[in-house]
Design a protein around this ligand. Structure first.
Ligand code: PLP
Length: 376
């Protein structure tokens, strides 16, 4: 085996480092790392951007701010290659599409799925088509789809309309649908549950996450159950999901015709994985609830200010729920809690600038003017 120091191979072989030496020094992405738990074979081409291995950050300041006495760990999924957890599922969905010799992948998206699909399709040299609800996409996400070279189509309708069209197109057999109705998406996303157990050395007691199309809650539950069954996790967590009040079909028990919320990633009225969410909630003795946009925005600001972690509004929904539940004293002292920070705050800069509530202070280009502002 070759050892590499300062980029120079220490044996007499030509300069190109062997795949083995690279694997030793760099995280290989979720498919290679968790291969034995995934539906792949030697014939599956692995299309990866080295996604996964995201940090699990302890958040004591936030817990103190909401008056709790438990351990909170934030899984910062915004640090994936396209800045959301969608990459975990997309690496597998696109790899499997490639294995089947598909040439075109397609998805409906509130933004992050399209960013991820476009990036992995570029890596796989495949064509990518994305359908977005017109006028409702955070600017960072739109920028990503365009830059990665996806054919980007704006539907005069909402996400649910876009997904309906994508499913119909999928039935023609001419395109590969990479929404979370594609089972490989869920399979890839379950690796986040594995990572949490590997990082904590145990499974959490409570697991908080936002719920939109409900693929992720389905995937986490599958992942925790699988790890528990091979004794890599010592317990099963209770799953606590949160929807935005204006887009809370699972909480209300019926589809929402015109979902509305500032948290665009969970602005979904008829979740594709509704059944999966119900199973996860029932089996884990979990809980699903809704949080208002003002609660979401308060949590969104609080997590940035207290922990230095900037997430997009959808990721703040479980934190809003946690604040409420912690204040009601419903988290037993000493519990280990994880919350999934599903997407990066820079995805939606317009919302951030609006929510900050203040603007940069403009001053003359002299030291005294700056001192006056800071009170020196
Ligand atoms: C996709 C997404 C969600 C919702 O996940 P579902 O699997 O659709 O429930 C939440 N937050 C962010 C940032 C997302 O991109």
């Amino acid at each position: 085996m070759t050892t590499v120091m300062n980029g120079i191979s220490s044996d007499s072989q030509p300069a190109s480092p062997s795949p083995d030496s690279k694997a030793l020094t760099q995280w290989p992405g979720v498919i290679s790392h968790y291969a034995r738990y995934l539906p792949i074979s030697e014939f599956t081409p692995i299309i990866t951007l080295n996604e996964g291995n995201t940090p699990l950050i302890r958040a004591d300041n936030f817990v103190e701010a909401c008056g709790g006495e438990f351990e909170l760990w934030l899984k910062y999924e915004g640090l994936n290659p396209t800045c959301s957890f969608k990459d975990r599922g997309m690496t597998l969905a696109v790899s499997k599409a490639r294995e089947r010799k598909a040439e075109i992948v397609i998805c409906a998206s509130t933004g992050n799925t399209s960013a991820s699909a476009a990036a992995y399709a570029a890596k796989a040299k495949m064509k990518c088509i994305v359908l977005l609800p017109h006028g409702n996409i955070a600017s960072g996400k739109l920028a990503q789809a365009l830059m990665y070279g996806a054919t980007t189509i704006s539907i005069n309708g909402n996400f649910d309309d876009a997904l309906r069209i994508v499913r119909e197109l999928g039935e023609t057999g001419q395109v590969e649908v990479v929404n979370s109705v594609n089972p490989f998406r869920i399979e890839g996303q379950k690796t986040a549950a594995f990572e949490i157990c590997d990082q904590l050395g145990r499974a959490p007691d409570f697991h908080f996450l936002p719920v939109g199309n409900a693929g992720n809650i389905t995937a986490y539950w599958q992942g925790y159950k699988e790890y528990y069954s091979v004794r890599k996790a010592d317990r099963l967590p209770r799953l606590f999901g949160f929807q935005a009040a204006g887009a809370a079909p699972i909480v209300e028990g019926h589809p929402i015709e015109k979902p509305e919320t500032v948290a665009s990633a969970i602005r979904i009225g008829n979740p594709a994985s509704w059944q999966g969410a119900n199973a996860a909630l029932n089996e884990s003795k979990g809980h699903i609830d809704k949080v208002s946009d003002s609660e979401i925005l308060a949590a969104y600001k609080l997590i940035a200010k207290t922990e230095g972690i900037f997430v997009e509004p959808a990721s703040a929904a479980p934190l809003a729920g946690l604040i409420r539940i912690a204040k009601a004293g419903m988290i037993p002292r000493g519990s280990v809690v994880t919350a999934i920070m599903t997407g990066h705050g820079l995805k939606d800069p317009d919302n951030a600038i609006k929510s900050a509530g203040f603007e940069p202070i403009i001053v003359a280009p002299i030291k005294e003017a700056v001192m006056k502002v800071i009170g020196l």
